[in-house]
Design a protein around this ligand. Structure first.
Ligand SMILES: [Zn+2]
Length: 213
């Protein structure tokens, strides 16, 4: 069992040195970009690169840690991308649960890693036989940042809305004009129902045609 890292634990405090080292290892193994590891562990870029090479035999991926727009996590560009918004909703729920495991405020990097690992553990099974794309840790971090790390007073670009029917909390754009951002799970269920009805009536038509012959 990994001990939760408190928010006010300093990286240069010898009592937390091992916890920070575990955090760095975990982030590297999860594929976090170098900038992310540096931000949460206060390690130098050179140290992060060395850790990457030691643990994974490769240098860390470079580039920015954030996609340019919060729309990436909340808006359905295509009809099939409801599953993507649901993935974001699942991850945020894990983060929320994890941040409440103790009344003491926890380190955001630790929370990110712990909730991301739980999210992966839960969603691994379904991935084997489905094409559902899961968040990677860099996307999970960006999602949290756009969500103000679920701080209600953060003035975040992404908020969560609870569906009154299925009760999931899903990300929506705080500043959004146009049609309401409907629940991705309910939209998916409605699509499945429609497809099932279409398939049933097509089968019935085929059956009645063959019965007439
Ligand atoms: Zn719903």
């Amino acid at each position: 069992m990994v001990i939760p890292l408190p928010e006010d634990a300093r990286p240069d405090d010898p009592r937390w040195a091992v916890a920070y080292q575990e955090l760095a290892h975990g982030l590297v193994m999860a594929g976090a970009k170098a900038k992310l590891v540096e931000r949460f562990t206060h390690m130098a870029h050179r140290q992060v690169s060395q850790l990457y090479i030691a643990l994974r035999g490769t240098t860390p991926a470079s580039g920015p840690t954030m996609p340019t727009s919060p729309r990436f996590f909340a808006q359905r560009a295509r009809k099939s991308s409801e599953v993507w918004v649901i993935q974001c909703a699942i991850f945020l729920t894990y983060y929320e649960h994890m941040s409440r495991i103790t009344p003491m405020p926890l380190h955001r990097g630790w929370l990110l890693l712990a909730s991301f690992n739980s999210y992966l553990a839960l969603t691994t099974k379904s991935e084997e036989n489905s094409p559902v794309k899961r968040l990677d840790i860099n996307q999970a971090y960006a999602l949290l940042t756009y969500s103000g790390f679920l701080d209600a007073n953060a003035g975040a670009a992404l908020l969560r809305k609870q569906c009154p029917i299925c009760l999931i909390k899903y990300p929506v754009l705080a500043k959004h004009q146009g049609s309401p951002q409907s629940c991705p799970l309910c939209v998916m269920k409605a699509t499945h129902r429609r497809l099932a009805t279409q398939a049933r009536s097509a089968a019935e038509r085929r059956f009645s045609r063959s019965a007439q012959k």
